[in-house]
Design a protein around this ligand. Structure first.
Ligand SMILES: Nc1ncnc2c1ncn2[C@@H]1O[C@H](COP(=O)(O)OP(=O)(O)OP(=O)(O)O)[C@@H](O)[C@H]1O
Ligand SMILES: [Mg+2]
Length: 250
């Protein structure tokens, strides 16, 4: 088992108030690491730190180390880092353009693919991967804004895949989706881990138990415990974890 991401003694602050406290955690290559915990436990801050989305927030500060394949992520060029670490948020936000252009926008801008025939092939490949191809292949020129919420979410996954990342961070990707769309996204995540390393932040404890290989429980900025999902849900070590997964608080 190879560590894809290694987090050492990471603490994060907004306006000097600590919201993530002395976190030590690793993400193993080709696993789905689930991160669960009540509101304000620091889950999103954790993701925003790993892809350096908080770089320009002047109220934010941090200390500690994060390594991607052994490289200090704060030494890597941020744009390069975000190409290697793709992120998907709760609310899918397609660009106000066609389905095709949504997918090709970033790869073109980054100069990853230039030839039209290569772009066509890439669009087909990522849409198939995101289980969306059959639904949209006849209307790639239609506006992405006219798709359903579940389709928009899968389109946003296809967009992330188009930049060919190594790690994908999901922040509550199914909130707002109906059970059928949720099941599709969950199946997709399980397929994706063959090729990618995945961190799945979710408010939905059952979702973590269904799809993640290991699960980490955050509470008030602290990692309470992390373990194999089967173990954490059946015999958690900590009382707080047990209370949370059985719905006794939160
Ligand atoms: N940009 C910000 N400026 C100031 N405080 C922030 C900012 N973002 C988050 N916080 C605070 O940091 C703490 C952790 O927030 P975070 O968004 O990481 O929690 P979370 O676990 O993702 O919660 P949720 O389940 O509601 O999404 C909270 O107290 C929150 O109010
Ligand atoms: Mg959050």
């Amino acid at each position: 088992m190879v560590d894809k991401i290694k987090i050492e003694n990471l603490s994060c602050y907004y306006n000097k108030k600590c919201v993530l406290d002395s976190l030590d955690l690793n993400v193993v290559e080709n696993e789905i690491l689930g991160v669960i915990g009540p509101a304000n436990s620091g889950k999103t801050t954790f993701l925003r730190t790993i892809n350096r989305m908080n770089d320009f927030d002047v109220t934010y500060s941090r200390k500690g180390n994060v390594y991607l394949d052994g490289d200090d992520i704060f030494d890597i060029d941020a744009e390069n880092l975000r190409r290697r670490v793709g992120t998907l948020f709760a609310m899918p936000i397609p660009l106000p353009m066609s389905i095709y252009d949504n997918i090709t926008y970033a790869p073109k801008r980054l100069g990853l693919v230039a030839k039209k025939s290569d772009l066509d092939g890439m669009v087909e490949r990522v849409l198939k991967y995101a289980s969306l191809w059959d639904e949209v292949k006849d209307r790639l020129d239609a506006s992405a804004m006219k798709m359903s919420g579940g389709q928009q979410q899968r389109l946003c996954i296809a967009r992330v895949l188009a930049i060919n990342p190594e790690v994908i961070l999901f922040d509550e990707p199914c909130s707002g989706l109906d059970p059928i769309s949720t099941a599709k996204v969950e199946e997709l995540m399980i397929e994706l881990k063959e090729k990618y390393t995945i961190v799945l932040v979710t408010n939905n404890v059952k979702q973590a138990s269904r799809v993640s290989d290991r699960t980490a429980f955050f509470l008030m900025g602290k990692l309470i415990e992390v373990d194999k999902t089967g173990k954490l849900f059946v015999s958690p070590k900590e009382k707080e974890t047990e209370d949370y997964i059985t719905g006794r608080f939160g």
